[in-house]
Write a protein that binds this ligand. Structure first.
Ligand SMILES: N[C@@H](CCC(=O)N[C@@H](CSCO)C(=O)NCC(=O)O)C(=O)O
Ligand SMILES: [Zn+2]
Ligand SMILES: [Zn+2]
Length: 193
């Protein structure tokens, strides 16, 4: 038995195109969809099992990557967007009608300030960076999406696709967050870098 991880990866990863430089995203509304234009490819694209990232119906993971916020503009029906949770670090702007998250933005002092979180499955274009790893795998248990004893099967399925699995973000991204915190609290002086 295999899990419905996410439609973009269930049948294998489709490699992105290095020269690809962006495209548009649209929500699931049949009429008056919210559209967003991205003028760059995504980076750090990953499968995320956390409870806050938007997942298509039936999938146990989200696929989410980042673009510079300067690369993102809402091109239609911006009036349909609302912020799902104002208190979250990542403020996810979702369509009020279909619930799809169009982008997540950080407005506080944070290692990832300046980056917006987006879901490339909302695009009809091909060439987006393929997922690089799977994050917050154990979080899918919290949401009742799998039983605890199925977690290692989920990890095997992800590894079989070539995705390393973590229960936080990847080490590189966790190091970036820790470095930001260490600089902020004075534990790491600029001169050490
Ligand atoms: N177990 C929790 C983990 C949630 C979590 O920390 N998610 C990360 C990754 S989201 C994109 O990769 C995060 O940075 N969250 C901040 C936010 O969502 O605002 C759970 O599942 O909820
Ligand atoms: Zn919609
Ligand atoms: Zn997430």
């Amino acid at each position: 038995m295999s899990f419905n991880l996410h439609p973009l990866i269930n049948n294998g990863l489709k490699k992105g195109t290095d020269s690809f430089s962006g495209g548009s995203l649209h929500c699931h509304c049949k009429s008056s969809p919210v559209t967003v234009s991205l003028s760059s490819n995504v980076a750090h694209n990953h499968a995320c099992g956390c409870s806050k990232c938007w997942k298509p119906s039936g999938a146990i993971f989200s696929i989410v990557g980042v673009v510079p916020r300067s690369s993102l503009s809402v091109t239609s029906n911006a009036n349909k967007l609302h912020i799902v949770d104002e208190k979250a670090v990542i403020q996810r702007h979702a369509c009020k009608d279909c619930g799809v998250h169009m982008f997540g933005r950080i407005e506080t002092e944070h290692a990832f300030y300046g980056l917006d979180f987006v879901h490339v499955e909302l695009s009809d274009q091909k060439g987006w960076q393929e997922p690089q790893f799977a994050a917050f795998v154990s979080s899918v248990i919290e949401q009742g999406l799998i039983a605890p004893e199925q977690a290692d099967k989920v990890r095997s399925q992800l590894k079989g696709l070539g995705l390393e699995t973590y229960d936080a973000l990847s080490p590189g991204l966790m190091d970036a967050i820790a470095t930001f915190v260490a600089k902020k609290n004075g534990a790491l002086r600029e001169s050490k870098l």
